[in-house]
Design a protein around this ligand. Structure first.
Ligand code: BJ8
Length: 424
C-alpha cells in the first residue's frame, strides 16, 4: 500500500475530513458495483481506478506539475479538453457528485442550490478534493445561473477563469463562443508558457476524439438485447473518462468493448432479454452519483443509455472536418461544442430530437427524466420532453432528487410502479 498522506498534506487537504470521505467510498462502491452478477472482466481496470481515486491519478498529476506542467480543473463539457491538452496541461473533471461535501457548501451558498453546484463548491471550501487542490486554476462557464454565480464566489477561494457560453445556437452565439475559445487559448498560453500550435491542437483533438469514439462504441453495444453491460458500469466508465489519462482510458474502453463483442456473439447479457430497457435523460451524474441507476437496476430494469453530459452529450459529437489551420480547428471545436444540447440553451429542440432518436434506436421501454432539485433548466425542459414522448407513446417517469438518501424508499416505489407499467 502506497502512503499518499504526504501528498495529501502537500495539497493542503483537510486530512481528518478527507479520511471520513475515503472511508465511506469502498462500502458504497462494493454494495453498488461488486455485487452485480456476471460483470465483464475488463471492468477490473475501472474498479482499480476508483480504488485509487484519490491516490495514483492524483500522483500522476503531481508528477506532471513537478516536471513543470499545469493541471486545469473543469466542471462542464463545454470546456474543450483538447485546447487544454494542446497547451501541455492536463484537464481534469472535478468532483461534484456526493452529498458528503454539500454541508460545507451550505455554510456559504443558499441551500436551494442544485446538489451538483453545492457538492463541487463544498469540495473546495472543505478542502476534501485533491483534484481541485492540485489544479493551477479552474475553468468555469456561464451555463446556468447557479453555476455562474457560484464561480464568482469560488474565485475568492481558487484561481478561476470563466468562459462565456451563448444561450442561443445562432451565428452570433457561435461568434461569441469562438471569441471565448480564443480568449481561453491566450489564457492557457500565458499560464503554461507554451504556444498552442496547429500541430499540438490536432494531436490533442485526436486523443480526445479517440476517447469519444471508444465511448460511442460502448454506447452502441448497449443496443444489444440482452445487453452485455449494466447501466451502472457504463455510467461509471463515462464518469471516469473525465479524470483518467485519455490515451490509457481509450485503450481500456476498447478492451472492454472487445470483451462485450464476444459476449454479444454468444448472446450473453447482464439481464434477461425481457428486462425493461430504460433511457435516463437529464442532469449529469458526476462520480459517485449512482443513486438512480442503482435503484433502477436493483428493481429489475437495465439502463441502456444516458442522454446526459455523463453520457451522449459528452461523446456523441465529433469534430467536423476542417482545413487543419489553427483558425480552422478552433472553428471546428466551436461547432462541436455547440452541439452539446444542454438545457441552458433556448430553444433546445435538438435535445428532444436526440431523446426520441435514442428511445427508438436503443429500443427502450421507457424514459426516466432526471433533474436535480433546484435545476430549473432541466426541470422546465422536462415539460417539453414529456409532451414529445407522449406524442410517440413512449412512457416517461419524471424524477427530481438530490444526492441525499432520504427519498430512496419513495423513489423505489415510484420506479417499481413505472417498471410494472412498461415491462415488455
Ligand atoms: S453542458 S448540463 S455539464 S451546464 S444540474 S449545475 S444545469 S442547476 S450541470 Fe451541465 Fe455543462 Fe449543461 Fe452539461 Fe446548473 Fe442544472 Fe445544476 Fe447543472
Amino acid at each position: 500500500m502506497v502512503d499518499y498522506r504526504p501528498m495529501w498534506t502537500e495539497l493542503d487537504l483537510d486530512l481528518e475530513k478527507h479520511d471520513m470521505l475515503l472511508q465511506a467510498l469502498p462500502g458504497m462502491y462494493e454494495s453498488t458495483f461488486l455485487t452485480q452478477e456476471n460483470r465483464p472482466e475488463a471492468m477490473d481496470y475501472f474498479d482499480f481506478v476508483v480504488g485509487e481515486i484519490h491516490g495514483l491519478r492524483v500522483k500522476e498529476l503531481m508528477d506532471h506539475k513537478a516536471a513543470g506542467g499545469k493541471v486545469v480543473g473543469l466542471y462542464c463539457v463545454f470546456v474543450p479538453e483538447d485546447l487544454i491538452l494542446a497547451a501541455g496541461a492536463i484537464p481534469v473533471g472535478l468532483c461534484a457528485g456526493t452529498q458528503f461535501s454539500v454541508p460545507d457548501a451550505e455554510d456559504v451558498l443558499p441551500r436551494n442550490t442544485c446538489a451538483l453546484i453545492k457538492s463541487s463548491f463544498g469540495f473546495k471550501v472543505g478542502r476534501t478534493c485533491p483534484y481541485v487542490q492540485a489544479s493551477d486554476f479552474v475553468i468555469g462557464e456561464t451555463t446556468c445561473d447557479g453555476k455562474k454565480k457560484m464561480y464568482e464566489i469560488l474565485a475568492g477561494y481558487h484561481p478561476t477563469h470563466v468562459m462565456e457560453v451563448p444561450q442561443k445556437k445562432t451565428p452570433l452565439g457561435r461568434e461569441l463562443f469562438l471569441a471565448e475559445l480564443r480568449g481561453l487559448r491566450a489564457k492557457l498560453e500565458a499560464e503554461t508558457g507554451m504556444d498552442i500550435t496547429a500541430d499540438s491542437l490536432a494531436q490533442a483533438t485526436a486523443a480526445i476524439e479517440a476517447k469519444r469514439r471508444a465511448l460511442k462504441r460502448l454506447h452502441a453495444i448497449r443496443k444489444a438485447r440482452p445487453v452485455p453491460i449494466s447501466g451502472l458500469d457504463a455510467l461509471l466508465v463515462t464518469q471516469i473518462s473525465f479524470y483518467d489519462d485519455p490515451v490509457r482510458f481509450t485503450e481500456k474502453v476498447n478492451a472492454l468493448c472487445d470483451e462485450l463483442d464476444v459476449r454479444m456473439g454468444k448472446g450473453e447479457g447482464v439481464a434477461t432479454a425481457d428486462a425493461p430497457r430504460v433511457l435516463v435523460s437529464g442532469s449529469p451524474m458526476a462520480i459517485p452519483n449512482w443513486k438512480l441507476h442503482r435503484i433502477l437496476e436493483e428493481s429489475g430494469a437495465v439502463v441502456v443509455g444516458e442522454e446526459s453530459c455523463t453520457g451522449t452529450r459528452y461523446f456523441d459529437y465529433l469534430t467536423p472536418e476542417n482545413d487543419g489551420s489553427l483558425t480552422g480547428q478552433l472553428g471546428a471545436i466551436a461547432d462541436r461544442q455547440l452541439e452539446t444540447h444542454c438545457a441552458c440553451f433556448t430553444p433546445n429542440d435538438e435535445r428532444i430530437e436526440d431523446i426520441l432518436t435514442l428511445a427508438r434506436e436503443w429500443a427502450v421501454d421507457g424514459v426516466v427524466h432526471y433533474s436535480l432539485q433546484f435545476c430549473h433548466t432541466f426541470a422546465n425542459e422536462a415539460v417539453k420532453v414529456e409532451k414529445a414522448l407522449a406524442e410517440q407513446d413512449i412512457p416517461l417517469l419524471r424524477i427530481e432528487t438530490d444526492y441525499g438518501d432520504e427519498d430512496v424508499g419513495q423513489l423505489k416505489t415510484r420506479v417499481d410502479a413505472f417498471l410494472e407499467m412498461i415491462r415488455p
